[in-house]
Design a protein around this ligand. Structure first.
Ligand code: 13P
Length: 249
């Protein structure tokens, strides 16, 4: 059974004291929900967030990690470092990692394998650029991203994989994919996985939508049968907005 998930990707926002304020407010206001709720603060505030959220149902997750076990990788973080502070889930392949930090499909595939080998859960992000959507090439792009990033995985590790479809043109732009566009792509993603693996893996994987999800559009997007939740950027930085999005699921 796939789970519903609402995850807040804080990106490079919030100091430690701001992190404390936000997670404390979220924990206090968290509604009863059958969805998994996650927040992804920046690295240096992960330990703090884990402590502040002790006893809360909100999971603290990481925004990124390196594929190597350890070594001379200045500025990087390993899977063991995340595990060592109680982190069990990591986002990999966010479009900002791809476009700003040059992470290729090959690098991302290595990261996914490294995370899964350590039994971390992976939220794998992918999505097309505006030109791809305009030229009608978006399905090909997404299918290639899935193939390059994930289709070398053994079927049994798919229970630790969550997908996040984030069309780049909708990230931080205020422009959202319509609920129909999200549903259409999520159906395509499931069909692509089913063709490569089988129906059971395709049906059981959670597929989140990300890109300008806000309190006023969340419910409509989440109402689509193949949308299992959201990866939320800007609106996850405000407790009331994030709580409203959680309520929408
Ligand atoms: P926004 O919700 O700010 O568009 O960001 C989406 C995102 O990139 C989540 O990872």
């Amino acid at each position: 059974m796939r789970s519903k998930i609402v995850a807040g990707n804080w990106k490079m926002n919030k100091t430690l004291s701001e992190t404390e304020v936000l997670v404390t407010e979220l924990a206090a206001k968290l509604p009863d929900t059958d969805a998994e709720v996650m927040v992804a603060p920046t690295y240096v505030n992960l330990v703090g967030a884990v402590r502040y959220l002790e006893g809360s149902a909100i999971e603290v997750i990481a925004q990124n990690m390196h594929f190597a076990e350890s070594g001379a990788y200045t500025g990087e973080i390993s899977a063991d470092m995340l595990l060592g502070i109680g982190i069990e889930t990591v986002i990999i392949g966010h479009s900002e990692r791809r476009s700003i930090f040059g992470e290729t499909d090959e690098i991302l595939a290595k990261k996914v394998i490294a995370a899964l080998e350590k039994n971390l859960r992976v939220i794998f992000c992918f999505g097309e650029e505006l030109e791809d959507r305009k030229s009608g090439n978006h399905f090909n792009i997404v299918s290639d991203q899935l193939k390059d990033g994930l289709f070398n995985l053994k079927p049994e590790v798919w229970s630790k994989v969550v997908l996040a479809y984030e069309p780049v043109w909708a990230i931080g732009t205020g422009e959202t994919a319509s609920p129909e566009q999200a549903q259409e792509m999520h159906t395509f993603i499931r069909r692509t996985i089913s063709n490569e693996y089988d129906d059971s893996i395709a049906e059981n994987v959670s597929i989140l939508y990300g890109g300008s999800v806000k309190p006023n559009n969340a419910q409509e997007i989440f109402s689509k049968p193949d949308v299992d939740g959201g990866l939320i950027g800007g609106a996850s930085l405000n407790a009331d907005d994030f709580i409203a999005i959680i309520k929408a699921i």
